[in-house]
Unconditional design. Structure first.
Length: 312
């Protein structure tokens, strides 16, 4: 039986791995579908302490991974399907049929980008014009007009990044003010290549004869008028859904799917199961706050493992 399994390898999981490995627990980390987590799709991380000139997300998470390995963390590429609890034993059922038993588990499975659910979105998703990651796909839209949907920090970051390639970035937002932080909002609103389209709700994505996106159709929330905006790329940045389906029924989830925690924010109702990062944080959702939760979850797990060792 494993002593400690960490599910997820974003900032939260990797920080938990560093702390647990340094405590001699030799944690096993299941990396999941997106090793490194959401940060790997971010170019410039400007607000992670310790990097006065910023750092790219891939480098930051790769450094954390190497740091965890240095102290004895082990990494495997597996994706959890279901968690079962039998007393002090936790059984992890993996996709593909493998089963792993552990005394303690830290869930750091993060969150996945939300989609609009409108006609055309799935048809053109991936290489044909609809995406959720400017860092990954922005360079394909050099010299073209693109749309970013959303009004939060992610949408602003995506829009600013896309100005490196696109001739025009249309920022489609359903209200007339951004919810993003003022530093990002100010940069977006001052940028000559970015044009906000306020009070617009996307209703359909249209493709051309070449099978790729040619326009987004939006409804004006004030007038009801339907407007077509020609574009070659559509970047959807409307928030995230926590990756918590494998834990439904075992751990209480809130209405939005975030794992509910006990008083200190990293313990759950199941003894020996801890959480860290965006899967349990509907409020802050920052790389540094996820890392902080990872640290706390590992320390709580270490304490709990020490407690059951004494009583056994
Ligand atoms: P968010 O703050 O939840 O913003 C989502 C945006 O999408 C909102 O403007 C929302 O509109 C809009 N939206 C939601 N559902 C929609 C729909 N169905 N149709 C059209 N628009 C829709 O998400 P986020 O921008 O991904 O940020 C998440 C968290 O990460 C935040 O805490 C943010 O501060 C943090 N973050 C920080 C940074 C940074 O500091 N550098 C970068 C990225 C993210 P309404 O405004 O009308 O609700």
């Amino acid at each position: 039986m494993e002593t400690l399994v960490i599910l997820g390898s974003g900032c939260a999981g990797l920080t938990a791995a560093i702390y647990a490995a340094r405590a001699g627990l030799r944690p096993l980390v299941f990396e999941g579908a997106q090793p490194g987590g959401q940060l790997t799709t971010t170019t410039d991380v400007e607000n992670f302490p310790g990097f006065p000139d910023g750092v790219d997300g891939y480098t930051l998470t790769e450094n954390m991974r190497r740091q965890a390995i240095r102290f004895g963390a082990r990494f495997e590429s597996e994706h959890i399907e279901r968690l079962a609890v039998q007393g002090e034993k936790k059984c992890l059922h993996m996709e593909g049929g493998a089963e792993v038993e552990a005394r303690a588990v830290i869930i750091a499975t993060g969150a996945a980008p939300r989609l609009l659910g409108i006609s055309g979105e799935r048809d053109f998703f991936g290489g044909n014009g609809v995406t959720t990651c400017a860092t990954c796909d922005g360079a394909f839209y050099r010299g073209m007009e693109v749309v970013v949907v959303g009004g939060g920090d992610s949408a602003c970051e995506e829009a600013l990044f896309l100005t490196r390639f696109a001739t025009r970035v249309w920022l489609v937002h359903r209200r007339d003010t951004l919810r993003a932080s003022s530093v990002l909002s100010d940069r977006v609103l001052a940028h000559e290549k970015i044009t906000p389209l306020w009070n617009r709700v996307p209703v359909e994505i249209l493709g051309g004869e070449d099978g790729t996106v040619c326009a987004i159709v939006c409804r004006d929330t004030q007038t009801g008028v339907v407007v077509k905006t020609p574009c070659k790329g559509i970047f959807i940045a409307i928030g995230h859904t926590p990756n918590t389906a494998p834990f439904a029924g075992i751990l209480p989830l809130d209405a939005a799917g975030y794992i509910e925690t006990l008083d200190n924010g990293v313990r759950t109702v199941v003894e020996g199961v801890f959480v860290a990062g965006d899967c349990a944080d509907p409020v802050y959702r920052q790389a540094i706050s996820a890392a902080g939760m990872g640290c706390r979850a590992a320390m709580e797990a270490e304490r709990w493992l020490g407690k059951i060792a004494v009583t056994q």
